[in-house]
Design a protein around this ligand. Structure first.
Ligand SMILES: NC(=O)c1ccc[n+]([C@@H]2O[C@H](COP(=O)([O-])OP(=O)(O)OC[C@H]3O[C@@H](n4cnc5c(N)ncnc54)[C@H](OP(=O)(O)O)[C@@H]3O)[C@@H](O)[C@H]2O)c1
Length: 265
């Protein structure tokens, strides 16, 4: 079988490489022989990962993807590389009652989870189509398939990613570029603390990277981890309003501590 690095390589850009799923993708791709452009804000964490992966060539790009300058920096610093893959894993979530939240953080989440993905998919997508091969991996979520109470904006950003990936896949696959949407359930990573969600029944970031890379050859949507697969199957027959209720109950469990904290203080 043709090696993935020969099929898509030699360079992969991984955003969100300082932690969690992006870091797991970077490690897996390095093992497969890809050279890596590692993107996130925390430069020291990226440099530490680059040292760990010293057997492969790496480029550290510290950039804030909530800003157009940050996105432009990634595009500029990767312009001369022969990029074969983009893994857009940078992202974060928020939770709780939407009206109680700081709207600037909500807009920043749209900038990172959606706007930076549009820009990078556009720039890198053009390069991949020009070379006639490549892959784009986008991070959707279990919450992408319906509205979710107490994560209304986060779920909407992931619905956007899911819809974007599905349409983009149809456009790019005839032109030799694979597009994969990754829709995990809860993953043990920095995400839960950042989003103030208490998650149980998590899978590891390594599982997400491994199952996603295994699914790359067929594209479409992959649901890493047993919970995401179980919910896909069990919710399939429910009308959309039913899925909204079930996922809102799940999110209610993950954010219950916020209600207790408010009641207590
Ligand atoms: N964990 C889950 O349960 C779960 C489930 C479904 C989908 N997802 C999705 O998977 C993706 C990765 O999440 P994760 O679990 O790996 O979370 P994580 O461990 O918190 O990692 C998030 C990564 O995104 C980067 N990032 C955040 N804001 C950024 C910004 N403004 N500019 C540049 N980079 C930024 C972080 O780096 P810096 O902080 O260094 O910038 C970090 O490397 C996200 O899109 C998330 O929505 C996660």
């Amino acid at each position: 079988m043709r090696r993935r690095v020969d099929q898509y390589g030699p360079w992969a850009i991984v955003t969100g490489a300082s932690d969690g799923i992006g870091k797991a993708f970077a490690r897996s791709l390095a093992r497969e022989g890809f050279k890596l452009a590692l993107v996130a804000r925390r430069k020291e964490a990226l440099e530490e990962l680059a040292r760990e992966l010293s057997a492969t060539e790496t480029l550290v790009i510290d950039a804030d993807l909530s800003t157009t300058d940050g996105v432009a920096k990634v595009e500029r610093e990767t312009a001369s590389l022969d990029v074969g893959m983009l893994v857009a894993s940078a992202g974060f979530g928020t939770s709780g009652a939407f009206l109680e939240r700081d709207v600037r953080e909500e807009l920043s989440m749209i900038a990172v989870n959606c706007q930076s993905v549009v820009s990078l998919a556009h720039t890198i997508g053009r390069k991949l189509v020009a070379r006639g091969r490549g892959a784009i991996v986008l991070l959707s979520s279990l919450v992408a398939f319906q509205g979710v109470e107490n994560a209304a904006n986060y779920a909407a950003t992931k619905a956007w990613v899911q819809t974007f990936a599905e349409g983009l896949a149809r456009e790019l696959e005839p032109r030799g570029v694979r597009v994969l949407s990754v829709a995990p359930g809860p993953v043990a990573s920095g995400f839960g603390a950042r989003a103030d969600m208490r998650m149980s029944r998590t899978v590891t970031a390594d599982t997400v990277a491994r199952e996603s890379l295994a699914a790359l050859s067929r594209g479409g949507t992959v649901r890493p981890g047993w919970l995401s697969k179980l919910l896909e199957w069990s919710l399939a027959m429910l009308p959309r309003w039913g899925r909204v209720r079930v996922l809102s109950m799940v999110m209610g469990g993950m954010t219950r501590h916020q209600v207790s904290a408010r009641a207590g203080g």
